[in-house]
Ligand binder design. Structure first.
Ligand code: TXA
Ligand code: MG
Length: 336
């Protein structure tokens, strides 16, 4: 298949390109699109054949349900049901934005979308391109991250091209995504609601809106069941985390991997650690958590392409967006 690569305006998407992409979706084809978090792989959410192609293109296990992207609160009620007052408050407060709400699903949703669960994950992206596309199609659009399953999520159209060229009809390129990590997934069918995946909207902001929430980790600890965690967001290289500003730990790791003859690079942001740089193997990430988050997946992919065997990464403070970033770093380093 010949994948069409189309540059589109992120502020005012050209109607001609939106109509073109909507046409592909209507015919059951796949279109990758930008969002404020990461690029998504779109298909008509009400067309099971099209949704099946999404699982195939990504190599995604059939038991991992998809997020459906919506462009209006009405669609929340069309695709979901028994929407709680708390879920409504969250929708009013954070949609559009990087918060995905898990609610009970209505009867129009194909089983393949939800992997047979009685719930559905719904999100309204804060980006003009997918909003225009959903309106043009007049349907929800499934949108898992547009990467091969298990790889770092794509934050540029080039990342999508690298993973999915030849497997999908179209890639809409509106430049690098703003946030760089995926949306927060919040299950509103539990009381209190449960954060299933930390992401672009912090726990603190959710709790300001609706009061205390719990995390799936806390529940697991409570049940004393470790749960199954897959290696995820992972580059080919082995990722080793270095504590913030821990000079001794970084020195030790550099020494060890040099001794083992491993091609080693480091992603750091504090001046203490940057000073240990021995030339080209060190890459600086921004000191702000927003900047760090925006660039992380791009740097991981770039270092993979350079053939790094080991990537040392300086950790971030685990508050606000830092919770989502640390979640991705731990998954990449397999230490969950
Ligand atoms: O920021 C994002 O959320 C991006 C952009 C493209 O919107 N999308 C994204 O989709 O990250 P994906 O498929 O890579 O991640 C969706 C997550 C998965 O962890 C999946 O297991 C979970 O949401 N999920 C989907 N439906 C669910 C459901 N009914 N109940 C619980 N978790 C669900
Ligand atoms: Mg994903």
């Amino acid at each position: 298949m010949n994948t069409r690569f189309i540059k589109i305006s992120s502020a005012t998407p050209e109607p001609i390109f939106i109509d073109d992409a909507a046409e592909v979706l209507l015919r059951g084809g796949l279109v990758a699109f930008p969002t404020e978090t990461v690029y998504g792989l779109g298909a008509d959410a009400l067309n099971p054949e099209a949704v099946r192609k999404v699982f195939a293109a990504k190599g995604r296990p059939a038991d991992n349900p998809l997020i459906v992207h919506i462009a209006s609160i009405e669609q929340l009620f069309e695709l979901g049901k028994d929407i709680s007052p708390i879920a409504q408050t969250l929708a009013e407060t954070f949609m559009p934005g990087p918060l995905t709400l898990v609610v009970k699903h209505s009867s129009i949703v194909p089983e393949i979308v939800t992997a047979g669960l009685d719930t559905i994950a719904l999100r309204m992206p804060n980006h003009a391109v997918p909003l225009a596309l959903i309106r043009a199609l007049k349907r929800g659009i499934v949108g898992p991250s547009a990467n091969l399953s298990g790889k770092p999520s794509p934050t540029t159209a080039q990342h999508v091209f690298d993973d999915l060229n030849g497997k999908i009809e179209m890639i809409l390129d509106a430049g690098p995504t703003e946030i760089g990590v995926e949306s927060t997934v919040l299950d509103t069918t539990t009381n209190p609601p449960t954060i299933l995946r930390p992401g672009g909207i912090s726990r603190e902001r959710i709790e300001q809106a609706i009061g205390t929430v719990q995390t799936s980790k806390e529940i697991e600890l409570l049940k004393r069941s470790p749960g199954t965690r897959h290696r995820h967001y992972a580059p080919k290289a082995k990722v080793v985390l270095i504590e913030h500003r821990n000079v001794a730990q970084l020195k030790h790791a550099l020494h060890q991997f040099k001794h083992e003859g491993k091609k080693t690079s480091a992603l750091v942001y504090s001046s203490e650690l940057l000073e240990l740089s021995n030339g080209s193997t060190f890459h600086k990430l921004p000191e702000t958590i927003e900047g760090f988050s925006q660039q992380l997946f791009d740097k991981l992919r770039a270092l993979d392409q350079l053939g790094s065997e080991i990537i040392l990464i300086e950790t971030v403070t685990e508050t606000g967006l830092g919770v989502a970033v640390m979640d991705r770093l731990r998954r990449a380093s397999e230490k969950m």
